[in-house]
Design a protein around this ligand. Structure first.
Ligand code: ATP
Ligand code: MG
Length: 458
């Protein structure tokens, strides 16, 4: 096989621009794509010294700089205008070529990110629009009767009043966004922006410019762009799925948290910002640290205050209040009044392990009610097929034994009820069954005691 011919084919087929320059500054490889990106003719560049064909000094110097320092320059952002005056953005990485300890040249790989970039602009613009019509959850929107949720809500209300960064951890659909919005809306930052970005939804090479913005040198004629840190100034910046942030950027974020300053891409000065960060992870952060997806130093910095929202299967007491809430919500939306839920459906709802947590429950209720007419009852059949299939699975996603999941909390609740019943029986005996006196001794209202006597069939 003629390797040179293969290389030629590769260089033509590849989407990236490639340029190899020797130590004299002469271009020895220059593919079509690079010529397109740089708005040059291949023939004019090949075998010519850079200084002759490229009047753009700053650009030439990348190759020379790398050859001098012997260190690569990675993901360097640049802007060009092509023949039609269209703006082209590239991400360039330039590497030294070293042979037997001697520098013999450098090569540059140039990725055209114009499309990605316009996507990034759209993402930032979208945030501007979202701020105007965002619904804005408050703590009063969080339904939770379980002890765990009640104490979590109390804790979060206190957190809202202070200024620290927060790490929220919880499985998908547990209400992490609900909590982060509620914290913002109760904080003294509430009249400033709340900006949430999902780090997993954005190509990693764009995340930095979206967060920190870009400053551009005069010669490119391009404008400066504000990043989300700037937009969130005075307010709250939510970084969802923080573990999807490239490690390199995580360390930059850590620096911002430590110094309160950031540097826009291409900028020569750091800028000060006042932003509260709420970071969100939907997996166990310690595990992510072990897997090298979450920088340990950033994790410790963020987790000074952390909120861990338990999955729905670990707080079964919340299920009925949530069902109630969602039923009312969707009755309004679908304009029906339903009659409640069959025993079978109820039993299922209590026993299912809800891998999608509250969001899944919400969708199940929505789906069921959308099918019903006035005075209908929610029945097992109204639940989606996949759910019925999943319940019969031996293992659920988390490999937890179903019995444990379903009855784990119930046991504790039963236990507490038993203790309460005993205390009431004793107090009644001491007070010769006088309800008023017993209620007084227990520190509860007479009606309250009467209710409990009935409840426990005393
Ligand atoms: N305790 C709750 N009370 C009322 N609604 C809730 C509660 N928890 C979650 N929800 C609802 O469930 C849905 C999912 O909540 P949210 O978006 O906050 O979850 P999340 O943890 O951010 O999920 P993901 O990890 O998938 O981003 C939303 O519609 C939210 O309103
Ligand atoms: Mg979320």
């Amino acid at each position: 096989m003629n390797k040179e011919r293969v290389l030629e084919l590769l260089l033509t087929a590849i989407e990236e621009g490639i340029q190899v320059v020797d130590t004299k500054g002469k271009t020895v490889i220059y593919n079509e794509q690079m010529a397109f990106i740089e708005n040059m003719n291949r023939e004019d560049v090949l075998n010519q010294p850079l200084t002759k064909v490229m009047p753009d000094i700053k650009r030439n110097s990348t190759h020379m700089e790398v050859q001098k320092s012997r260190k690569p320059i990675i993901n360097n952002k640049q802007i060009y205008f092509n023949k039609n005056g269209k703006k082209i953005s590239t991400l360039n990485s330039t590497y030294p070529i070293i042979e037997e300890g001697k520098i013999i040249g450098s090569f540059e790989i140039s990725k055209n990110v114009t499309k990605l970039e316009s996507l990034s602009d759209r993402i930032v613009e979208l945030h501007d629009k979202r701020e105007i019509d965002k619904e804005g959850y408050n703590f009063s929107d969080i339904i939770g009767k379980s002890k765990k949720m009640k104490s979590l809500i109390e804790q979060s209300k206190n957190i809202a009043k202070i200024n620290s960064n927060v790490l929220i951890i919880g499985e998908s659909g547990t209400g992490k966004e609900l909590f982060s919005q509620s914290i913002h809306n109760l904080s003294r930052r509430k009249n400033k922006n709340y900006i949430a970005e999902n780090c997993a939804a954005i190509p990693s090479n764009l995340l930095e410019s979206i967060l920190f913005g870009t400053k551009r040198g005069g010669f490119t004629g391009a404008e400066n762009k504000e990043g989300l840190f700037r937009k969130a100034h005075g307010g709250t910046l939510v970084l969802d799925e923080i573990n999807s942030m490239p490690l390199e950027l995580q360390s930059k974020l850590l620096r911002v948290l430590e110094t309160g300053k950031f540097r826009p891409i291409g900028g020569d000065r750091e800028e000060k910002v006042d932003v509260r960060i709420i970071a969100i992870a939907n997996k166990d952060p310690l595990k992510l640290v072990k897997e090298n997806k979450f920088r340990e130093d950033l994790f410790y910095r963020l987790s000074v205050i952390n909120l861990s929202i338990p999955p729905l299967r670990e707080r079964k007491e919340d299920i009925l209040p949530l069902v109630d809430y969602f039923v009312k919500h969707y009755e309004r939306i679908f304009n029906v009044k339903i009659k409640g839920m069959s025993k079978e459906a109820m039993k299922f709802i209590m026993e299912y392990h809800w891998p999608g947590n509250v969001r899944e429950l919400k969708h199940v209720v929505e789906g069921a009610i959308s099918l019903l007419d006035n005075n209908d009852e929610i029945k097992l059949d109204d639940f989606p097929y996949y759910i019925n299939a999943r319940t019969s699975d031996k293992d659920n996603d988390l490999n937890i034994k179903k019995e444990e999941v379903i009855y784990g909390d119930k046991k504790l609740e039963d236990h507490l009820e038993e203790i309460e019943k005993e205390i009431i029986l004793e107090t009644l005996k001491e007070n010769k069954n006088n309800i008023t006196k017993s209620a007084e001794a227990l520190g509860i209202k007479r009606q309250g005691l009467q209710y409990k006597i009935k409840k426990y069939s005393i």
